[in-house]
Design a protein around this ligand. Structure first.
Ligand SMILES: [Fe+2]
Length: 195
């Protein structure tokens, strides 16, 4: 089965240019395309001769989860801007839980994670078993995840997300812009579906 790139209904963002978003969406579509291409190739090689294609199969299997991560994380990322900026409702389930666990430092904490060196994502997960959040850093798109945990918030901190607007050293300004444009309703809904 192949995936189709989603279309996002995005407003103009404050501090993240339309051109940057346009290029970023192009990268997202590349992940979808590559995931599909690798999947097709895998079937082809597997049917033909697994022994003969063992090295290629191994590399493609590894690479496919990278492409999948790029596809799914960008879908979570762009959806967070749809509908325009909406502040976190402090009285919502999510607002209450964030306050309980992070005592008001959540945003700064996630920014600090995003400021870590290396390409990747700062991510807020929710563990329905432990009934708590876990914030972490995912290298590239697919490494270092809290396995099995659903994602509540995905913050892209690859250079491509900010280099056009802020230059190679402008990650901090981009992190501020990211939070300025968030539609917290989207994030609240993700959380409510799990609780
Ligand atoms: Fe990205």
């Amino acid at each position: 089965m192949t995936y189709e790139a989603k279309k996002f209904d995005l407003p103009s963002l404050d501090g993240i240019s339309d051109e940057s978003v346009k290029q970023h969406i192009g990268l997202y579509e590349g992940y979808v395309k590559n995931f599909n291409a690798i999947s097709t190739k895998l079937v082809e090689y597997a049917k033909e001769d697994t022994e003969k294609h063992a090295i290629a199969l191994g590399e493609l299997i590894r690479r496919r989860s990278f492409e999948f991560g790029g596809m799914r994380l960008h879908e979570l990322y762009f959806a967070q801007f749809e509908g325009g900026t909406k502040a976190l409702d402090e009285k919502s389930k999510l607002g209450e839980q964030l306050k309980k666990e992070y005592m008001g430092y959540f945003q700064e904490y996630l920014k600090a994670i995003g400021n870590m060196r290396g390409p990747g994502w700062a991510i807020l997960y929710y563990d329905p078993v432990g009934k708590q959040f876990l914030a972490g850093f995912t290298g590239e798109q697919h490494q270092g995840h809290f396995v099995t945990l659903p994602i509540i918030l995905a913050l892209d901190v690859w250079e491509h997300a900010f280099i056009l607007d802020y230059g190679a050293q402008g990650k901090g300004k981009y992190l501020d812009a990211f939070f300025k444009n968030l539609n917290w309703d989207v994030i609240e809904k993700r959380f409510e579906q799990l609780t």
